[in-house]
Design a binder for this molecule. Structure first.
Ligand SMILES: [Zn+2]
Length: 69
C-alpha cells in the first residue's frame, strides 16, 4: 500500500502531472502521457524509461516483453 502523502507529491516525470494509482497500488498511471509506472516493494519507479506505454487499440497489455538478457 502506498502512502497517501507520497501519492500526493508524486508526479509524472514527463508532464509533471498527477498520476493515478491502480486499485491494488501495483502501478501508477499518467493518463496524459499514457504511461504506467510500476511500483516495486512499495517504491514507485517514476522513470519514463521504465514506464510501460499504454497504447490504445494496440496490444492490450498481454505482451509482456522481457528484454533483459
Ligand atoms: Zn505524464
Amino acid at each position: 500500500m502506498l502512502d497517501p502523502k507520497l501519492l500526493d507529491i508524486l508526479a509524472c516525470p514527463r508532464c509533471k502531472g498527477a498520476v493515478e494509482p491502480a486499485a491494488d497500488h501495483s502501478s501508477l498511471t499518467c493518463e496524459v502521457c499514457g504511461l504506467r509506472y510500476r511500483v516495486e516493494d512499495g517504491i514507485p519507479i517514476m522513470l519514463v524509461d521504465e514506464a510501460e506505454a499504454l497504447v490504445a487499440g494496440a496490444d492490450d497489455g498481454s505482451g509482456e516483453d522481457d528484454t533483459n538478457a
